[in-house]
Design a protein around this ligand. Structure first.
Ligand SMILES: [Cu+2]
Length: 491
């Protein structure tokens, strides 16, 4: 069995006393995420509070790639404080806004009650400067998730962190449980990106050396300064020491704002065991692509003493980030140089759920969504309508997708554009159809490839209003989003 089961000290407990003291000092308002039937998102009600994790959202100047930029961080770290729970625990996380602007945190991939989902304008008001907000709900899942700001472009400024839920019944043995969080860094104010793409002052076309034959490389249009692995760049790479013959569970989180990565540890086979927190039948590959906001869990075994470089190359860019797993006795490694991706790459068709993923029989609904855009105007649409987001056009409208409680909803996503669209549905786990019907893989974020169609299916059993959007931050900010609204339930 892995050593991960003995750890219980990871919980940073914040006592009521500490919070009360902090409150008194700062004069801050505390509010709980509103509960159904007594929703008071603006009330500023002071509540007695205990939390397992306290995320202080702060602004700092950082220079990961030479130029100073304004970072917005959870816990003053990049990536943010790792939140770790066990399945069936109660999630109790306090978010404290120490910024001079509003914020909000979304728990990506979790299935919370609707009003705990952290999306301003949909499920709550933003958390104002000086305000605290307690998120509290039972955890019903296990696996690899993450959290990030859902307010304006703060996600690009570093407001993201890992969120892991361990399964006490985990049967796969491993010696190390390691989170690998990938991010992208823009040297400048992210609010200048969309205006720059619109007026042509940003026109990014990098070499595309990290694209496999037959694969589109048009995954990003933002000229990033570079990429980070667990907050580190190639000038001071992330490193991790192990012993020969040890087995690792790697939890890879693509926490970038708009990047796709291809990942490999050259010479080490990677056994894929989960995607977006959901177990899949193990499949062995040599490299895999991870779309924006997706997660993959891998098992790797260290065969012998030595250095094992990790490579994550940004698709469509000519830059990469590397890290190192090494045995304690290995000599300092040489420079690794540009990654190459050889051997078996994971194709989506290989993913099969580890058990029967079919939903209970119920009334069915079919929805067709066309993911279109106007690259020149830099406006991104769903069925020709832009959602009223930060950089949406003036004619943007909120046109909810209506579903009924208890329905099995099939959504056909057609992407006629030359870009990937990593589509994320909040509050539900969906099945990706098209292969083995019984073992269709479960995910919460699906990268719909350029010029292709994919179908997903979700069970409408979590009432409320849920965001459904492209997780390319700039596609979302310019309109590629919808609200999924339950029409026949009390809230
Ligand atoms: Cu998109």
């Amino acid at each position: 069995m892995g050593q991960n089961h003995g750890r219980r000290t990871f919980l940073k407990t914040v006592s009521t006393g500490m919070l009360a003291a902090g409150l008194g000092a700062a004069g801050a308002r505390v509010r709980a995420a509103p509960q159904p039937g007594k929703a008071t998102p603006h009330s500023g009600t002071v509540i007695p509070a205990t939390a397992d994790f306290s995320l202080d959202i702060v602004e700092e100047t950082a220079s990961p790639f030479g130029m100073p930029i304004t970072a917005i961080l959870a816990g003053g770290q990049w990536p943010g404080t790792e939140i770790r729970y066990r399945k069936s625990d109660v999630f109790r996380v306090m978010v404290r806004n120490r910024l001079t602007e509003p914020t909000s945190i979304h728990w990506h991939g979790l299935i919370p009650p609707n009003l705990q989902d952290g999306v301003p304008g949909v499920t709550q008001a933003p958390i104002e400067p000086g305000e605290l907000m307690l998120y509290q709900f039972p955890l019903v899942q296990a696996g690899t998730y993450w959290y990030h700001s859902h307010y304006e472009l703060q996600e690009q400024q570093g407001l993201a962190g890992p969120l892991v839920i361990e399964d006490p019944a985990e049967a796969r043995g491993y010696d190390h449980d390691v989170t690998l969080l990938l991010g992208d860094v823009y040297n400048g104010d992210p609010n200048t990106i969309i205006p720059g793409l619109r007026d042509g002052s940003i026109d990014f076309e990098a070499d595309k050396p990290f694209v496999l034959p037959g694969e589109s490389g048009f995954a990003t249009d933002v000229p990033y300064a570079g990429y980070l692995l667990n907050g580190r760049s190639n000038t001071s790479p992330w490193k991790y020491a192990v012993r020969p013959r040890q087995r690792l569970r790697l939890r890879i989180i693509n926490a970038s704002a708009s990047s796709f990565f291809r990942f490999a540890i050259p010479g080490l086979p990677l056994t894929v065991i989960a995607s977006d927190g959901e177990d899949v039948e193990p499949v062995e590959v040599d490299n895999l692509m991870i779309g924006t906001a997706e997660r993959y869990d891998l098992l790797v075994t260290i065969p012998e003493s030595g250095n094992y470089p990790l490579h994550a190359a940004a698709l469509g860019d000519n830059k990469w980030v590397e890290g190192l797993i090494h045995t304690h006795d290995a000599p300092a490694p040489p420079k690794f140089g540009p990654p190459r991706f050889e051997g078996r790459h994971l194709s989506f068709e290989q993913l099969r759920a580890s058990d029967d993923s079919r939903f209970p029989k119920g009334p069915e609904r079919s929805i067709d969504l066309r993911l279109s855009g106007n690259m020149a105007k830099y406006v991104w649409l769903m069925n020709d309508v832009a959602y009223p987001e930060l950089f949406a056009p003036p004619d943007a409208r909120n046109v909810p997708i209506e579903v009924g409680h208890g329905e099995v909803v099939r959504v056909t996503l057609t992407n006629p554009t030359p870009m990937y669209h990593p589509m994320h549905l909040h509050g539900h786990v969906f099945r990706v159809l098209g292969g083995d019907e019984e073992r269709a893989p479960r995910k919460d974020t699906l990268s719909v490839p350029p010029r292709s169609t994919r179908a997903i299916e979700f069970y409408a059993n979590n009432p409320g209003r849920w965001f459904f959007h492209c997780h390319n931050l700039y596609h979302m900010a310019s309109g590629m989003a919808r609200e999924v609204r339950y029409v026949n339930s009390p809230n």
